[in-house]
Ligand binder design. Structure first.
Ligand SMILES: [Zn+2]
Length: 275
């Protein structure tokens, strides 16, 4: 059977893990606690979330997996630490990113850590490696892939930084919002809402959020959306063009992953803008 313990080392001690047994079948199984190398860490899980990626994966989006431990957003305490890890010690409260690149790889050194050691190679958890819906989980390149949690931040708050917040913020960074620029955000779920917050912090003068849920509209405004385009009530493209006096937006953030939102992002972004 395939092993998703990344370095194929285990301690022989048994823990519980929530796994994808195969496509469309999950369950809780006994697994050995992984061990770690000099630059790695072993974390005792305290708080973890289920990601939409987990549900897609269980339904077969990335192909068959056998007894793969799910999850990719986690907070925990350092249980064991490699002898070459400089910035952490046993007992530290830490958050781990959903993407855990190999920072020494050529792609990471060139500024593309998500693609370390191959296309999407930074995405290991619940893809090619056992993840955090278990009593313990393993972190590669621990100094770079973990962050200490300040005492004033609770576990259940910090866990949102692992994926939703960081993904939304990075989308805003990648959108290259110019000073005073207008940004359109397609998606009113957590990543889209965090892209709104990120756009605001990066100085967008006007943020248009394409969304429909009343609660999420409220949250979107709270995070900095200036205009709401409810795609169930109006034509999204027409409305955004009207709001921008026919010019379109400088930056579009597509955070949903649907064909129609990609097409709309292309249609409302002005020439030379960033999608
Ligand atoms: Zn996630």
């Amino acid at each position: 059977m395939l092993s998703y313990n990344f370095y194929l080392i285990t301690t022989g001690i048994i823990m519980k893990a929530f796994v994808m047994k195969k496509i469309n079948e999950t369950g809780i199984v006994d697994k050995e606690i992984p061990a770690g190398g000099s630059y790695e860490a072993l974390i005792k899980t305290t708080t973890t979330l289920i990601c939409t990626s987990d549900t897609h994966t269980v339904h077969g989006a990335i192909g068959e997996r056998t007894n793969l431990t799910m999850g990719n957003e986690a907070v925990g305490t350092v249980y064991k630490i490699g002898d070459k890890v400089k910035n952490f010690k046993v007992g530290d409260r830490i958050v781990v990113g959903a993407i855990t690149p190999d920072w020494g790889s050529v792609a990471a050194q060139m500024g593309h850590p998500s693609q370390s050691n191959g296309a999407l190679g930074g995405w290991k958890y619940a893809n090619i490696k056992n993840s955090s819906l278990a009593d313990y989980f393993h972190v590669n390149d621990a100094d770079a892939n973990m962050a200490k949690i300040p005492d004033s931040v609770k576990d259940e708050e910090a866990v949102y930084a692992a994926d939703m917040m960081s993904t939304g913020f990075m989308a805003a960074e990648n959108a290259e919002i110019p000073l005073g620029g207008t940004t359109a955000v397609f998606d009113d779920r957590p990543v889209g809402l965090m892209a709104v917050a990120g756009s605001k912090m990066l100085g967008a003068a006007s943020i248009i959020l394409v969304e429909t849920g009343p609660k999420r509209i409220e949250l979107g405004k709270q995070f900095g959306a200036d205009e709401i385009v409810d795609f169930r009530k109006v034509d999204t493209v027409d409305k955004i063009m009207e709001l921008t006096s026919g010019k379109g937006v400088e930056s579009s953030i597509e955070a949903l992953g649907a064909e129609v939102t990609f097409q709309n992002a292309v249609k409302v972004t002005m020439p030379g803008g960033t999608i």
